[in-house]
Design a protein around this ligand. Structure first.
Ligand code: PMP
Ligand code: GLN
Length: 368
């Protein structure tokens, strides 16, 4: 869809990335380290110690009810959450192992599981709230279940795992040796005062979870490709065995720059500011489209708005997305792209991580 946006000149609300830059202090830190001799060779395999220490300190403050992760044995810096996801899957999934995946699902989960010889077991999250049906989950969990893949806040729906969901998951996995991969790249984008909740904050789940985050999302820097994985020492050791031979290490000056801003932000002002920042964008985009015929689904978190377009067309979502890009000049993602079987529920996804002017220009084209 990004290619189609480039070809047609459409406003790109398809791929998830901000059209604004990272905070000035982060850019200045990167420039400083780029100009500093001695910061241009391989970083240590698990990540710069000072960046891991800064991550541990922030996570300890934000997850005050959980023990702080040990930067030496529990945190691994990866080339984006993408690499961390792949490293975890390659570390734990063996041929024939089953992995529970909720759909709609971020596009890499299914293929990366299958590349390990694993078998995705899909559980559908129903619109408009995309909440798990725990009876349906129970039906796919078996002794062959190696891993349950969670994504909260969820791409594309924005749905958030509640304390009850975590509790159900913990109950379901008690007494098994199944692991949890919790993709929390949108961890700070939780709206309307909902509590932030990570797999790390649940004592029984923490022991069996890989928790992922992404500086791409947190610092409006998707092109930097830096993320990390937090997991107990034995699980971290396995992830590092793959990471060592996948990318080995992550860009050194970039890690120094991130460490500078994290160390300086002792009150987590940046991370805490993301929820109000994105909630305002959500509200602005929704009010721009209000009353125009789009059925806007609830957005509890993340930076995507799902919409039903049934008032405008009865075509499939892929055809409708093509029409919007070519005829209306706005690129979006058809939500069928998030299902292994192409399930089409008549929904499209807008990314609202955009400047106010971009959202206004797009909305003008979408009101017809
Ligand atoms: N997981 C989800 C749910 C995402 O939306 C993204 C970003 N596209 C990623 C993982 C990948 O994150 P990164 O850009 O840090 O590789
Ligand atoms: N996570 C982003 C999205 O969902 C895109 C990342 C990618 O294009 N691979 O749009």
């Amino acid at each position: 869809m990004t290619l189609l946006a480039q070809e047609t000149g459409a406003i790109n609300l398809a791929q998830g990335f901000p059209d604004y830059d990272p905070p000035q202090e982060l850019l200045e830190a990167l420039a400083r380290h780029a100009l500093t001799p001695g910061h241009h060779q391989y970083a240590p395999m698990p990540g710069l110690p000072r960046l891991r220490a800064a991550i541990a300190a922030q996570v300890a403050r934000l997850h005050a009810d959980a023990p702080a992760p040990d930067p030496a044995t529990e945190i691994t810096v990866a080339a984006g959450a993408t690499e961390a996801l792949y490293a975890v899957l390659a570390a734990v999934v063996r041929p024939g192992d089953e992995v529970v995946v909720f759909e709609p699902a971020y596009d890499l989960y299914g293929p990366a599981i299958r590349l390990q010889g694993g078998v995705p077991r899909y559980v559908r999250l129903p619109a408009p709230h995309f909440r798990p049906d725990w009876d349906a989950v129970r039906r796919v969990v078996s002794p062959r279940t190696r891993l349950v893949l969670i994504n909260t806040p969820h791409n594309p729906s924005g749905a958030i795992f509640t304390a009850d969901d975590w509790h159900e998951l913990a109950r379901l996995l008690a007494g098994t040796d199944a692991l949890v991969l919790s993709d929390e790249v949108y961890e700070h984008l939780v709206f309307d005062g909902a509590p932030r909740m990570s797999a790390r904050q649940h004592p029984e789940l923490r022991e069996r979870s890989f928790v992922l985050s992404s500086f791409g999302k947190t610092y409006h820097a998707t092109g930097w490709k830096v993320g990390y994985c937090i997991a107990p020492p034995a699980l971290t050791a396995e992830v590092r065995r793959v990471h060592q031979f996948l990318t080995f290490a992550v860009s050194t000056p970039t890690q120094h720059a991130l460490a500078d801003v994290l160390e300086a932000d002792t009150t987590d002002a940046h991370a805490r500011g993301l929820a109000p920042f994105y909630q305002a964008k959500r509200d602005q985009f929704r009010s721009l489209l209000a009353g125009a015929g789009w059925e806007l689904l609830p957005v509890p978190g993340g930076y995507f708005q799902l919409a039903r377009y049934g008032a405008f067309a009865s075509t499939g979502d892929l055809a409708f997305a093509g029409f919007l890009a070519r005829e209306k000049g706005v690129a979006v993602v058809p939500v069928s792209a998030f299902y292994h079987d192409g399930f089409d529920d008549g929904l499209i996804r807008f990314c609202f991580a955009k400047e106010e002017a971009t959202l206004q220009a797009a909305a003008k084209r979408l009101i017809y």
